[in-house]
Design a protein around this ligand. Sequence first.
Ligand code: DGL
Length: 249
Amino acid sequence: MLDSGVGGLSVLLALRRLRPDLDVLYLADSSHAPYGERSLSQVAEITHRNVGYLLAEGATVIALACNTASAAALHDLRRTHPAVPFVGMEPAVKPARSLTRSGVIGVLATDATFQGELFASVVGRFAEDVEIVARACSGWSDLVESGSIDGSKAERAVARHLDPVLEHGVDTLVLGCTHYPFLAPLIAKRAGAQTVIVDPAPAVARQIARTARLRGTGVVRFVASKDPAHVESIGQQLTGWPLSVAAMV
Ligand code: DGL
């Protein structure tokens, strides 16, 4: 599995509940984070390299636990490695479409994710008859990377992006970045109980669980491309696991 940092742990948490037997190598590409502020072509190049690393380490299924990396590279990765099963993320507009009553859906993601063809195609396929309010939530993944998922600084950052979205009459919010489930309590508090929040992590975890047919021994390894000690402490905070993170070599 890979992500720019600790965001993909939202998918890994859901996956461990379903398939504690799977052996997982989780790559936090902290040296290139945040992905969302890079160009799609840069993220594509970085993601191709990281997938090469995971395959060389023996991965048999690759999960892009990152919407931005999926937007940038999923399509091309499947062409480049036709024998490798890939599971990627796309903004969960389809389930949101069946949940909205107001017909207005807010999609929260990175700037780069909104620029990708994947987002345009999801909207084209599933949201022709609803209104989509797309908001690039710059700074949110940094909050999660620094472990600031509660308190007044995080509350202000959440309100800054969320309030303009809610003003449109949104009743359903799609978390289109794997970091954002860690801010879900603050998002829910600000949006109010009447707003439905769609976190795609459980559905993506189900897809990974279906794709990874072989049983494993339940070993989970973590590597980070920068600052493994920092990733380790935030990873422990977010998961509650006593995980240890090694430097990517
Ligand atoms: N977690 C990532 C995503 O799902 C990227 C966040 C970032 O590095 O900007 O889009």
